[in-house]
Design a protein around this ligand. Sequence first.
Ligand SMILES: *Cc1c(COP(=O)(O)O)cnc(C)c1O
Length: 385
Amino acid sequence: MGSLYFDHAATSPTRREVIEAMLPYFAEFAGNPSSIHTFGQKAKRALDDARRTVADLLGARPAEIYFTSGATESNNIAIQGAARSYAQFGRHLITSAFEHHAVLHTFQALEKQGFQVTYLRPDSQGLVRPEDVEQSLRPDTILVSIMLANNEIGTIQPVKEIADMVRRRGILFHTDAVQAVGKIPVHVRELGVDMLSLTAHKFYGPKGVGALYVREGVEIAPLFFGGHQEGALRPGTQNMPGIVGLAAALRLACQEMEEESTRLRRLRDLLEQSIIERIPDVHINGHPEQRLAHISNVSFAGLDGEALLLALDMQGIAVSTGSACTAGSTDPSHVLRAMGVDPVLARGSIRFSLGRDNTEEDVRFLIEVLVTAVSRLREMALAGV
Ligand SMILES: *Cc1c(COP(=O)(O)O)cnc(C)c1O
C-alpha cells in the first residue's frame, strides 16, 4: 500500500484535466488580458470565459465575480472592505467563534481598529442558531459573516435563514463558502448572500487562486491600489493559468457533485461505523445529518491527536488534527472548544477528509491501521510512557 491521503479539507491535488486546461496560459497564450494587441485579447477572452463559467455555476452575474489569490484574500477584501465602507452607519460586526482563522483573525484586526465584534458560539452539534444571530443584532450592526460549511467538522450552517433575516434589516451578509463549493449546490441568489468567498485548491483546482462574489449594488472599499483589474477591487495582473484552472475545476466538481458525494458519504459512513464498532471510547463530532459527505471528525478519548496523526503518518496515511493552519500548536481546536467539547477529549481529535482518490480498499486499510495505533497509544498513555 502506497501513501494514502485523507486530508482533502486542507487541500486537494490539482486534477489532470485542470492542469491540461491551464498549461497553454503559461506560455502559448501568455498575453496580459489588459493589453490591446491580439495576445492580450486572447487572454482577455479566456478571462471573460472563466468569469462567465464561475458566475453561471454560482447563479451570479459575471460582473459580480472578482478573482483573487484565494479565500484568505477574498475574506479580507469582503470583511475589511465592508467594515470600512459602512463604518459611518455603525461599528458592530457579528461572526461565529468557529470560523476559519482567515475570518476570525480579520475580525480580531478590526477590533483593534475600534470595531466591536460578537463571536457567536455554535451549539454542541456545530450549528450556529439563527435566533442567536437575531438576538445579537444591534442598531449599529453593519456586517454578519457566517461560514457555509465548517472545515473541521463539516457541518452545514443555516446560511439562507440567517442571510434572509440579516438582509431584511439592511445589514450586509458574507459567507466563507470554501468547504461547500463543489461539494453541495451553492447558488448565491438562493442563499441570499451579499458576498461569498471560495478557493480553487479545495475542489481539485490549483493553489493560490480564488474568487469573491459581491452582489451588484454592494459597494466595498478596496484594500489594494494600483490598477483597474477586477473592477479595481483587486488590482494587479490576473493569474491567468490559475483562473482558467479554477473555472475548469469548478465545472468538473459541479458536474460530478451528486455521484461523488454519494460515493464519499458511503465511504465516510463505513469509516465511522467501523471506528464505533471496533474502537471503544470514541465520539463523532458534529451534526449527524446536517453536514458535508466527506468530512469526519472523531475524538479518541485518552490519547493525543497529534501522536495519532504521527503514528498514521509513519504508515503513509495523512490526516489532520484540525485546520492545517493551526498545526504545530498544542491548543485543542478552537472549533471543538467553541462547541463545548471537553478540552481533554478535543485534544484526542482527528479530522478525516475523503476525496476523489480514496477507494473503499483505502478506507479499510485506514481502519486496520487506526485500530492498532489507537490501542497502542492508549496502552502507552496508561503505562505513562
Ligand atoms: C482553506 C480555507 C480557507 C483559506 O483558503 P486559502 O486558499 O488558504 O486562502 C478559508 N476558509 C476555509 C473554511 C477554508 O477551509
